[in-house]
Structures are given as C-alpha cells and as structure tokens.
Design a protein around this ligand. Structure first.
Ligand code: KVN
Length: 840
C-alpha cells in the first residue's frame, strides 16, 4: 500500500526560488480570454493578418494559447510531486500512439465550449482548424495506443506516472492504395513543427555503444568492471504535457531524440578526414530516425536494438539524476520510490542497464544492486505469438553492448544456480529456463530477462494471462507463481467516447449527468433507458448522424457510396493473418454469391468497411489488402448488387480515422483465431460507442461478452481448447467440400473471379486456406461465422431490438476504462499515492 513519504524521508533541502520571475496572474478559461491570447499569438508571434488563408497558423496560435494554460498546471503538478517526495512510476515504451492533442487538451482542460465560441467570434471554425494537426503516430497499433490511454488515465487519477519513449522523426508510414496495392509513404510529422513539445537540452544524457570492458581492483581490493573506448551519442529529451480530466494535473511524456556529441571521431579527424568525421554524426542521428513498422513481430535489426538501449539508458540515467537532485547520493532506497513498467520486452535491456549503473557508477555490490533492480522492474507481456518473442544474438550484444552482456551472463548464472538448488539435477529445466538460448547462434531471450529481473509479470486479458502461465511461461510460473498477474486492458473514455462522439456524450450526460467521464462504471445507469422508445429514437438519430459523417469520409477516401440506413459492418486493425480479415472477405464473397443467386428475401443491406496497415515486409498481409480491394471493385461495380452490399478498404487507418469510425459502427468485427489476440482494444472502443460485437472467444472479447450478456453479442467459432484439439486432424479440404457455401466462395477465388487481370495473384491465399497446417484455421470457423452474421443481419432488421442492444453495450462498457486498468496496476504493482497539483 502507498505509504507516507514523511515517515521515511527527511524534507528536501533546496535553495529558495526567485519568485519575482514567476509571479503571473492565472490565465482565463473563458471565450474572451482564449480569443485574446489567440490573437496575440496569431499577430505578434506568428506575424499573420486578416488576409491569411491557411488554417495552419490559426491552428498554431490556438495550440500556443492552450499550451500556456497547460504550462501553469504542469509546473504546479511537478512541484506537488517534488514536495510530496512521492514514489513514481515510469512507463517505458518504444511506442506512444498519441494521435492529435488539440481536441484532447481542450476536453481535459474543460474549455471545448469557450474555445469554440471564442474562435467563432473571430470568424473561425474550430473543426476546420483542428484538421491541420498531424497525428503523432509513434506506434504501430494496440500496444502503442494503450500506452497513450494509460497516460491519460494516470493524469486523470493524479498518479505520478511519466512516460519515456523515442521521438521518431518518422512515425508509422502513411498508407496509400494504388491499384489495390499498399504503398508506404514516409510520415514526416514534425515538418511544420510541434507546438505541444518542449525541448529540454539541459537534461540531455550520454548513451554509450561499442568499445570493450576492463576489470580492475579498487583500493579496497574489490573487483570492478568498466566499459571503455565507447562511441557515445547524446539523448535530448522533448517533453509533452499530459493533462488529466479537469483536475489541474498535467503529467509528462518525455521522448528522447538522438544527436551527435560535440566530439569528432578523433581517429578520422587526426587522419585529416574532416568531412568523414562530420559524416559520423549521421550514425548517431539515425538512431531515432524511424519507427519500426512491425506489429506483433520482430525483425531483428541492429538499429532496433540500438533504439531499445538508447531509450533504456537515457531514461535510467534521467531517473538517477532526478533521484540525486531530490535526495542526494545515497541510492540504497531507490526501489522504495521508483518503479519501471516495461511495455513488452522492447525496453527490457533497462534491467541490465540499471544493474550497470548501480554496479559501475554507484559502486554497489551485486546483491544490493540486484535487490534494487528486482524490486523496481515490472513487465507486461502483450502477445503469445512466437514470431513476436524478441531474441538478440549474443554476438550482436557483444559488439554493441559488451558490458551489458557481461551483466546478463552474471544474472543468468545466479538465476540458474537458483533453479538448480530448487530442482537438483534437472538440467533440462535449467536449459529451458536459461536467459541464454544455446545453439548455433546463441541468443538472449528478452522475455526471460524481463521475468527474472521483475517483481511482476502481467498479461493483458484474463484468457491471455492464463495461457501465459499454462504455456509460454509455465516453467517460470512454477518457480515464482506470486509474480504473475492479469491486468485486462482498457481505453480512455475521454478520447474514445466523450471526445470522438459529442452527440452520444450529450445524450448520455443529459440522462445521467457527466460523472461517467471520469467514472465509467456510472454509465450502467443508462441501461434502463434501453426500454424507453423516445430515448432509443434519439440514440438511433445520433448513430445515424455519425454514420453520415463516416459515409462522407468513405466517399472521399475510397470513392464508395455508403447508405447510412444500411448496417455498417467494420473491421479496422493491423492486417495480420491471425486477425483473419480473410474470414471477413470470405463472408463478403458469400453474401455476393447469395445476391447473385437471388437469395435475398429478408435482406439486410450492409456496408462492409475494412482498414489497416500491413507491415511492409509481410507479403501475405499485403496480398489480403489487394484481395479486399479487388473484391470491393467487383461487388461495388455490379449493378445487380446495388445497395444490398457495399465494400470499401479505407486507406491509412490511424487514431484520427478511428475517431470518426467507431462512433458510426453498428457491427464490430473481432474475429481472431481463439488464443491469438492477447486482448484487443478496438473491440472496447466500438462497444463503448454502441456497436454490437461479432466475435470469437478470444482476448478481451470474452470479458466483453461477460459484461454485456450473450443476447447482445454475436458469438461464433472454436474455443482456444478446441483449436488446440483440432489442429492434428485439421482437414480444410474436407470442410470446404462438405460446405456448399464455402465451396462456392472457393470456386470464385480459385477461378480467378477477383483477379481477372492478374491471374494467380491470390494463389498463396487459396493455398493458405486449404493447408492442413493453416495456423489460423480460417475454414474451420467459416460456417459458424456465417450463421452469426445471419443472426446479426436479422437482429438489425428489428430496429427497437438493435438500438436497445446498442444502448446495453454502451451501458456495459464500464469495466473497459483504462481508469480501472490503471487503478489495478497501481493497487497490485506500483503502490503510488495519488498527489493533487498545488493550488494556484
Ligand atoms: C509487438 C511488437 N501487441 C505487440 C507488438 C511490436 C509492436 C507491437 O498489444 C495490444 C493487445 C493486442 C496485441 C498488441 O496484439 O491484442 O490488445 C495491447 O495490449 N502488440 N504485441 N502485442
């Protein structure tokens, strides 16, 4: 439990600040004050006038006015944390998928209305101005967006949590579709500057690579290692404000950018190669150039390991510096006041880096250093997919991070000694539990380093956490059962309901007041209104308006006409075989067949929207995108299909697109092979906005079903246990032969109906479906999926029933707020006290 700092630490000694420098009246939050500030920036700082036609400068001026208002609160929050001398948590993540900041800042400051009004008085439309902001797309998908939702909830709960990440010059690539194929375009998101960040050069750190290690004895005869002849790079922090919801708290996201040191490469320089020496600066600056665009798979690039160490080392040193500023040089109680949450294994080298700093810089002995490290680190696993498990060749480590490899070897030796003591003679078990995987190219297993170095290991949904301890981490669970726990994911209802769905926000708040925005369990109170036909009518109207908004986007970006009266059936997420966009496409082809065969009695018109990015090197995923586009072209151009079925692939799916999509969705597709999707979080955003789910018993779908009840959820497919049991006998050819619907679908695919001009391009897809080794068992769930889709279509035709289910979905989404998730992390792992910002 959080304990009182005053019992443990003497008050801080600091010199008195110069208050004359900082005395300022608080900034107003009314329309006039905001408009005045806006004009000041527009005219004085940006030098624009009434002839300015660009919306970029109004965006900048508004962002600067908001930033001022955040800044006051930011300072008071950080001072409150310092004064409380409180324990803090650092969320270490290679990804923070923040999206836009403007709307969220206004929402959380509580000034959306006055700001809109103030600008309107100046003849400006807020919605247009907001469109200028590029997404901060520093993440791939769920894992990165989860980090962003966590920060929002921590600030709202007034928890002293700071995010540490990388300031990539290029975020997630922009996806374009040309002739149905994905093209990747660079995302230079900082081109026009970023008004939300603050560079803090005074806090830069040095990060070392390469070189070699030396041991020597100190004057007490103790052996020490040092890491010498390194090539260093600088890490420069950029801070962005993370406002809590109307509570005066502003937390920090600190992103590191790499820069060359001021020293030239001395060898090159002395050899007279001035330009070559300057060129070497490039290598340093490359480290934070680009986000790796692989979701749930690793690709083993050296530069990626450099990014990981760069983040870990800069962040550890930063926290150490902060410790010394506040508490002096005695580091022995570091673990009582600091916790690092590792977002998957990506920042796990932090375990070895903290050990290195404690041993080599602070000169602690091993036992003391290990005690501190192991009480400070906590690890979250996000996937069971074997291709996503990070392993780094020992040889790469030796070349890049020789001192860290020594430390990992020592951690492993002591760990294996513990295993040997517990299970004497069980050498097989020692091999299984070793951090080093032996073989032709020995590898460091990062997940094992994370487990050994942490006091907590969690999965991200009930099923996922159970499968972790029964499978992947079974041996470790036997060794340390107390370390393992579940923390079911969530999403922030501020961005994902209040912000993106103003129509529903007003309707809900009018009925039950606004409490749900910071306490989502209250949203249960709208459940009885599912039986109120007037309320249902208004609910339906909001959905219809949101569908019009999405239809406009689809028309614009795909050239396809969606009729807002039709059922909007949506699957947006990264394109991956385990997520089974292919199953969705097979169903679409089946519907096409039915229409062509005249089987359209009691038909529910449907608009199918699919969107998502494929990793640039993932050929099969890219082929699936091409298939969606080709099927869409055939279906949409066929006059016999008309409005009964429309299909569109939405290019460049991202946070900002989801803000339009989820409020407009009727049916949410969550159709992964059971046991493969660790949690999913899109499923929660859809549910919150009143979509019904069609889904398998996978990830958090299971908990969604549990909350909403099976009358309001279209369940289908094999369970995880059934998938495992079927695998050895899986015979897709037979399943296809025995299912006339699926046979007809396969006939069209195999007959080249969707690849008239490029014969054979979908052969690998057909082969995958027909392979007995198909890991995703697409054919196995087809029939059950089609039946669930039929049930959904029938339900949609009964509007009163559908709208009532929609209301019940939103009403049941209370569990899936990251406010709940963060409370659980804090109660079970971090033990932070909530610390309000200082009063103005
Ligand atoms: C792995 C490597 N997730 C990853 C990953 C590089 C980038 C990302 O995490 C989500 C969860 C999804 C899971 C995703 O697939 O089910 O909802 C947040 O916990 N991303 N590994 N796992």
């Amino acid at each position: 439990m959080p304990y009182n700092a005053a019992n443990y630490f003497t008050p801080l000694v600091r010199s008195k600040p110069n208050e004359r420098l900082t005395e300022l009246p608080a900034l107003g939050l009314d329309a006039d004050a905001i408009a005045e500030d806006f004009k000041h920036y527009f005219v004085h700082a940006l030098g624009r006038d009434g002839n300015c036609k660009s919306t970029h400068y109004p965006y900048k001026a508004l962002a600067m006015s908001l930033r001022n208002r955040l800044m006051e609160r930011w300072k008071r929050t950080q001072e409150a944390y310092d004064e409380a001398s409180c324990k803090r948590t650092y969320y270490l993540s290679l990804e923070f998928l923040m999206g836009r900041a403007l709307g969220n800042s206004m929402l959380n400051l509580g000034i959306t209305e006055p700001a809109t009004h103030g600008l309107y008085q100046l003849g400006l439309v807020l919605e247009e101005i907001a469109e200028c902001e590029p997404d901060a797309g520093l993440g791939n998908g769920g894992l990165g967006r989860l980090a962003a939702c966590f920060l929002d909830s921590c600030a709202t709960l007034q928890l002293p949590v700071k995010g540490y990440g990388i300031r990539y010059a290029y975020g997630m690539f922009r996806q374009e579709i040309e002739d149905g194929y994905q093209l990747e375009e660079p995302d230079h998101w900082l081109r026009d500057g970023n008004p939300w960040e603050m560079e803090r050069p005074e806090y830069k750190q040095r990060v070392s690579f390469g070189g070699h290690t030396e041991t020597h004895l100190d004057n007490q005869g103790r052996r020490h290692s040092s890491w010498v002849d390194t090539s260093d790079v600088l890490a420069v922090p950029y801070d962005s404000p993370i406002p809590g919801y109307r509570n005066g708290t502003v937390n920090t996201l600190r992103l590191w950018q790499s820069a060359a040191t001021d020293e030239f490469d001395l060898d090159e320089f002395n050899a007279g190669s001035y330009t070559e020496a300057v060129e070497s600066k490039n290598h340093a600056e490359n480290i934070t150039m680009v986000l790796y665009p692989n979701d749930a798979s690793e690709n083993g690039k050296e530069l990626r390991l450099k990014q990981q160490y760069f983040l870990a080392s800069a962040s550890m040193k930063d926290v150490m510096r902060e410790w010394k500023r506040l508490r002096g040089n005695d580091i022995s109680r570091f673990a009582e006041r600091n916790c690092f949450q590792l977002n998957d294994t990506h920042p796990t080298i932090a375990v070895a880096e903290l050990m290195r700093l404690l041993l080599d810089t602070e000169r602690l002995d091993w036992e003391q250093a290990w005690e501190i490290t192991r009480n400070t680190m906590a690890y979250t696993n996000h996937t069971l997919l074997p291709e996503a498990l990070e392993r780094w060749p020992v040889l790469l480590f030796e070349r890049l991070l020789p001192r860290l490899l020594e430390i990992i070897y020592e951690i492993n030796a002591r760990h294996l000694a513990e295993v040997a003591a517990r299970w004497p003679g069980d050498t097989n078990r020692q091999r299984r539990l070793s951090i080093i995987e032996e073989g032709d190219t020995p590898q460091v297993r990062m997940a094992y380093l994370a487990i050994v170095g942490s006091f907590s290991v969690n999965g991200v949904a009930e099923l996922h956490s159970r499968l972790l301890v029964e499978g992947l981490f079974r041996d470790f669970y036997e060794l340390w059962p107390e370390k393992f726990n579940n923390k079911t994911n969530g999403v922030t209802q501020r961005r994902w309901l209040a912000g993106c769905n103003p129509g529903l926000r007003e309707l809900i708040s009018e009925a039950i007041s606004e409490g749900w925005i910071s306490d989502l369990e209250q949203i249960r109170q709208i459940e009885p209104l599912a039986g109120d036909s007037a309320f249902r009518g208004r609910w339906h109207q909001v959905k219809l308006d949101n569908k019009r908004r999405l239809a406009t986007l689809v028309k614009q970006d795909c050239g396809v006409l969606f009729n807002p009266e039709a059922m909007f059936d949506v699957q947006v997420k990264r394109i991956h075989e385990y997520k089974r966009q292919l199953l969705n496409v097979l169903h679409v082809i089946h519907l096409y067949n039915r229409i062509k065969a005249g089987d359209t009695a009691e038909w529910t018109p449907r608009c199918v929207l699919i969107g998502g990015k494929a990793a640039p090197g993932y050929a099969q995923a890219k082929r699936i995108i091409k298939l969606v586009n080709n099927v869409a072209r055939v279906v949409n151009r066929d006059p016999a299909i008309g409005d009964l079925l429309k299909v569109a692939f939405l290019p460049n799916y991202r946070v900002t697109a989801m803000e339009i999509i989820c409020p407009a969705t009727d049916l949410s597709e969550q159709i992964s092979t059971a046991g493969k999707e660790a949690s999913g979080t899109g499923n929660m955003k859809f549910m919150m906005n009143g979509a019904l789910t069609i889904g398998t018993l996978d990830g958090a779908n299971i908990e969604i079903l549990e909350e909403v009840g099976d009358d309001h959820f279209f369940l289908f497919g094999l369970t995880e246990e059934e998938v495992v049991a079927l695998r050895p006998q899986y015979d897709p050819d037979r399943i296809i032969a025995e299912d006339s619907d699926l046979s007809r679908v396969m006939e069209l695919l195999e007959g080249g109906h969707f690849s008239q001009f490029e014969p054979g391009i979908f052969d690998p897809i057909v082969a995958a479906i027909r392979s007995p080794g198909d890991p995703w068992m697409v054919a196995a769930d087809f029939d059950s999926y089609v039946k669930a889709q039929q049930a959904a279509a029938a339900a949609y035709r009964d509007r009163a029933r559908w709208v009532s289910s929609s209301i019940i979905n939103t009403a049941s989404s209370g569990k899936f707020s990251t406010d709940r998730t963060m409370r659980e992390y804090n109660d079970d792992i971090w033990g932070l006290a909530s610390v309000p910002a200082l009063e103005p």
